[in-house]
Design a binder for this molecule. Structure first.
Ligand code: FUC
Length: 826
């Protein structure tokens, strides 16, 4: 595929020709015939740090702005030495079977809530003259392949265009306003912020917003008399920020109105938006010079010029975005429809496989836009948030949501976007050592249910106010550490494994070893233990949530210990530690099958208080884990039964998880039921629902509701998992055992199609995979560093030994096609 494309000026707007998508592929665009009214109709752009929601109004435009490091608060002490004091009492209650008492006592182990992700501000454009309409032929769109949001309309005989992108290489948002007739662009530019701020025009062409974030914000769900608190005076706590908007006009004139800039009669206008915050890493109070950063970025971008800013932006985006191409087929006329109309039509039962492709690639687009090296990982809303008290603080929720954000990263060929999470886990590992020591007198490191920009590792709950069913969850360090192993398993970067992954994984495993205790039969259990956010009926007819050895705990520790053992075999080090891990893994409380034939969620066969609860936590071992597979048929069947009992509905992210689970159960048509449910159109009414209510908003943001980005990412991971699954284990002698399964869960709705560029564990790329009539047509694998892999399709299997860089094509029956046939396209 062609990375750059020829540059042409069409209607006064810079466009890049030659998008080089195959003719059969639909353009990957979200399109609308009207401006956004609600935030969940606006279109997101982002470079991992600077984000904007583009509303696309005619007479006025709103760009709601974000900067990923703008948070309330600062580093603080959140550990609770009281936790280790009450721990023996909690354990005693658990072992005595008094789960209600254990649940109550567990409150004493809590710490403070996390801080909140903050909005940066709004850029407002008010158009004048013809540019302000009334408009005809209006369209706004988001081109996923170029990462540019655009607005186009006609007034009289003139065509007005607006393009917005957020550049990673140049660290600015660029807005280009143009018209195909000279002298018609008139606009007044102003900016404001929901935070404390001041704004003024500096010099002739620049608006500067300076502000401060609150020193504390309470979570949205906490009743509070003073939920948002600011500090004043010299040395005040709370981050500072600086936003700069440079207005560059071609023709016409710019005048300053003190706190706004007005352009008259221009041929075209370019706005460059830069921002900085005083964030100086998670461990130090914010003390960097926000203005200096914003100024430097603006000055550097201006020297590049708008045409090259666009070229550099598109090339950078396409370097990542074009690594995967998906074709699930198309329905006549669908691509010409507006995206919101398309959603409605699909919900009524009309076929539109291209809509699933669009949502799939949107997930990849959003990951590129919200997670780039050097910045924080994608939070609950990626980087897009307009509220000072966003839902659940828009923080990192670690009992599913943050991990889910990164499920597509490796398989959907965006390993580079995984980096912010991996770096964040390293920061948590640093803070989590103190939490392990102070709260539990344990070695290693621990993190709990929530984290924030300050890498909070203590449990939340306001020292007793939070419900232990979510607040007391010490398993996220272990889960997050499996992401470091996954990064290795896909990319086979030994230096990364040895230097970065292993110390973090080891620390999480050390905590796991210390946290486990023996039950009466000498099995290793976690206690206290919860299955995230779900309560159970106790045998004596009460409701509790704390017990021992919840299935998810056992499966997460099994996974982490297995990853560690594999890592130690690859690295050939620490034989003693490996022996301890192997022994502990063998003594973990075994997974149980309950009276309903289901995989039990707890170590006892309790009845859950909500049968359709959104968290299928007990199925961790099926996905994302590798513990429960068809190789253990009884457990595999019980896990499937457990998912049937949970049902096919849920919040957005819950639907997304279930796509992945049904894919692992190799049931494509059932996975497709969840695909359909996740694509349900949802209108934003500002409410939060925990029930069967998930879907997507008009801008295809996932609806929990409210908006939560994890469902978008789980969708992309899930569709990948329906097409290709892979596994990577390391045998005792250190030999890698890799397996790829092709089309394990292809639904009847997608009989013909192809995918290029998915990655598989063991260092392989499924460079091309195509199918017709729901049967494999051919597959081409590329091995990065050489190695052997078992390739499976249905009941067939073949073993390949590949050289570094080798490319092998297999036909429908998994027979190797000769090189000549391969050249002809296999
Ligand atoms: C967990 C989930 C909720 C929501 C929140 C951010 O508490 O149970 O559904 O996703 O995180």
């Amino acid at each position: 595929m062609n990375g750059g494309g020829a540059r042409t000026i069409v209607a006064g707007v810079l466009t890049l020709g030659g998008t080089a998508l195959a003719a059969a592929e639909e353009p990957l665009r979200l399109r609308y015939a009207q401006p956004a009214e609600r935030w969940t109709e606006a279109l997101p752009v982002g470079n991992g740090r600077l984000g904007a929601m583009v509303f696309g109004g005619v007479a006025s435009e709103r760009l709601q702005l974000n900067e990923a490091t703008l948070w309330s608060g600062g580093p603080k002490e959140w550990n609770n030495p009281g936790a280790r004091e009450v721990l023996p009492e909690v354990r005693a209650a658990v072992f005595a079977g008094d789960f209600v008492k254990a649940t109550e006592l567990a409150r004493k182990m809590q710490g403070p809530y996390t801080q909140s992700y903050q909005p940066l501000g709004d850029l407002r454009l008010r158009f004048s003259g013809e540019a302000a309409g009334p408009a005809s032929s209006y369209e706004r769109s988001l081109d996923l392949d170029r990462a540019i949001a655009a607005v186009r309309y006609q007034v009289g005989g003139a065509t007005f265009t607006r393009e917005v992108f957020s550049s990673y290489p140049d660290q600015v948002i660029v807005v280009r306003l143009a018209c195909d007739r000279p002298g018609l662009v008139g606009v007044s530019v102003s900016a404001d912020s929901p935070l404390r701020y001041s704004v003024q025009a500096e010099g002739e062409h620049t608006l500067v917003v300076r502000g401060r974030a609150p020193s504390h914000v309470d979570p949205s769900y906490l009743r509070s008399d003073a939920p948002i608190r600011y500090d004043d005076g010299p040395g005040a706590a709370g981050m500072t920020f600086d936003v700069r908007v440079r207005v560059l006009s071609e023709g016409g004139s710019v005048t300053s109105g003190g706190s706004s800039l007005t352009v008259s009669k221009a041929d075209a206008v370019t706005l460059l938006i830069s921002a900085g915050t005083s964030f100086d890493g998670p461990f130090k109070p914010p003390g960097r010079d926000a203005s200096a950063q914003a100024l430097a970025r603006l000055a550097a971008a201006q020297t590049v010029g708008h045409a090259d800013l666009a070229v550099r932006h598109v090339a950078d985006h396409q370097r990542l975005f074009r690594c995967v191409a998906l074709d699930l087929g198309s329905a006549a006329g669908a691509a010409e429809l507006a995206t919101d109309a398309r959603l409605e039509r699909f919900a009524k039962g009309e076929a539109d496989p291209g809509l699933a492709t669009l949502l799939y690639q949107y997930g990849r687009y959003l990951l590129i836009a919200s997670s780039r090296p050097g910045g924080p990982p994608a939070n609950l809303q990626g980087i897009w948030n307009e509220s000072m008290r966003p839902p659940w603080s828009s923080n990192w929720t670690l009992n599913i949501n943050t991990e889910m954000n990164y499920w597509p990263a490796e398989v959907a060929n965006l390993a580079e976007t995984h980096e912010p999470l991996l770096a964040f886990v390293e920061a948590l590992a640093t803070n989590g050592r103190r939490t392990a020591e102070i709260n539990y007198a344990a070695r290693g490191w621990v993190a709990h249910h929530n984290a924030d920009l300050w890498a909070q590792t203590a449990p939340v709950g306001n020292f007793g106010g939070g419900d232990p069913k979510w607040a007391n969850w010490p398993m996220s360090g272990a889960w997050l550490s499996t992401h470091l192993w996954e990064h290795y398993a896909f990319g086979l970067d030994r230096a990364f494994l040895r230097e970065r992954a292993w110390p973090v994984m080891r620390g999480a495993a050390e905590f796991g070893l210390d946290w486990l205790v023996e039950d009466a039969k000498g099995r290793l259990v976690t206690a206290p233990s919860t299955s995230p956010e779900l309560s159970f009926h106790t045998p004596d007819g009460r409701v509790a949530s704390v017990s021992m050895a919840a299935t998810m705990d056992m499966s997460i520790l099994w996974e982490l210990f297995s990853d560690c053992l594999d890592a130690l075999r690859v690295l050939g080090i620490e034989k003693d530690f490996a022996a301890r891990l192997e022994s502990a893994r063998g003594r973990l409380f075994p997974l149980q099958v309950g009276a309903r034939g289901q995989l039990q969620e707890w170590s006892q066969d309790f009845l859950e208080t909500e049968v359709d609860h959104r968290h299928p936590s007990h199925l961790f071992g099926v996905y994302p884990g590798r513990q429960i597979t068809p190789a253990a048929p009884a457990l595999f069947a019980a896990a499937r039964r457990a998912l049937e009992i949970r049902g096919d509905d849920g919040t957005g992210w819950s639907l997304g998880w279930k796509i992945n689970l049904w894919a692992r159960f190799k049931d494509g048509d059932h996975a497709y039921v969840l695909v359909r449910n996740l694509l349900r159109p949802v209108r934003d009414d500002g409410r939060t629902s925990y029930g069967p209510s998930g879907g997507v908003y008009p801008n295809l943001f996932d609806a929990h509701p409210p908006f939560q980005i994890d469902g978008n990412f789980a969708f992309t991971a899930g569709v990948s998992e329906m097409l290709v699954q892979s596994r990577f284990d390391v045998a005792r002698g250190g030999q890698a055992v890799a397996e790829i399964e092709l089309l394990p869960a292809l639904p009847s709705a997608w009989p013909d199609g192809s995918v290029r560029g998915l990655r598989s564990r063991g260092g392989f790329e499924v460079s091309e995979l195509s199918w017709t009539g729901r049967q494999l047509a051919s597959v081409t694998l590329v091995s990065a560093s050489g190695g052997s892999v078992r390739v499976r399709y249905g009941s067939r299997a073949t073993q390949l030994a590949m050289q570094p860089g080798e490319r092998v094509t297999l036909g429908a029956r998994l027979t190797r096609l000769p090189a000549r046939a391969q050249e002809e396209g296999g």
